[in-house]
Design a protein around this ligand. Structure first.
Ligand code: SF4
Length: 185
């Protein structure tokens, strides 16, 4: 009997930072390969590539972006050189991207660690904030607010067998819920 999770019409669907797949979208235009990201995942998958900064139209190469602390406690996204606030730009992009994720939900996210856009681990330094303040990337933060039950992992987590297995178990649970095989988690 065909395992429905591997059936071509219903693959597990994972969002992935495009640079982790070797796409030339990094701010510095440099290619970096992360071969373990996909090769360690053994089952058939549908991968949804995401690069918030490229999709925003920031170009390649582009100035790096930073997260800045605001007096009201929120986070401002700022292009570094020349400085330019990008928070509203991100919000507009997210408004449209979120609608696409509602139409085609993801079962999990594999995202680049320490990226001010993508990081899911909360380790991005926040400038102008009390020393040691860190936050997740702005895309991940928006995604988590909208879809709080979607599991996430970094490329570092994928390289660790136990962390990877735990992530995939959670992603499979989300998949079962999405295709109607289990109650909500
Ligand atoms: S970390 Fe995210 S925003 Fe940066 S290049 Fe990779 S996919 Fe794009």
């Amino acid at each position: 009997m065909t395992d429905p999770i591997t059936a071509p019409s219903h693959p597990l669907r994972l969002g992935v930072s495009a640079c982790l797949l070797g796409r030339p979208v990094r701010y510095d235009g440099q290619l970096r390969s992360f071969p373990s990201v996909i090769s360690l995942l053994t089952q058939p998958l549908e991968l949804v590539e995401i690069c918030p900064e490229w999709e925003l139209g920031l170009g390649v190469p582009r100035a790096a972006i930073d997260l800045h602390y605001r007096r009201d406690g929120s986070i401002e996204v700022v292009r570094r050189d020349p400085p330019k606030p990008l928070t509203e730009c991100f919000a507009r992009w997210w408004h449209h991207r979120q609608a696409a994720f509602v139409q085609a939900p993801l079962d999990g996210l594999i995202l680049k660690a320490r990226s001010p856009s993508c990081d899911p681990s909360g380790r991005v330094p926040v400038l102008l904030a009390p020393p040691g303040t860190t936050a997740p990337g702005v895309f991940f933060a928006a995604y988590r607010d909208a879809f709080p039950h979607t599991p996430s992992i970094t490329e570092e987590g994928i390289a660790d067998e136990r962390t990877r297995d735990a992530f995939m178990a959670e992603a499979r649970q989300r998949w079962r819920h999405r295709v109607g095989m289990a109650p909500p988690a």
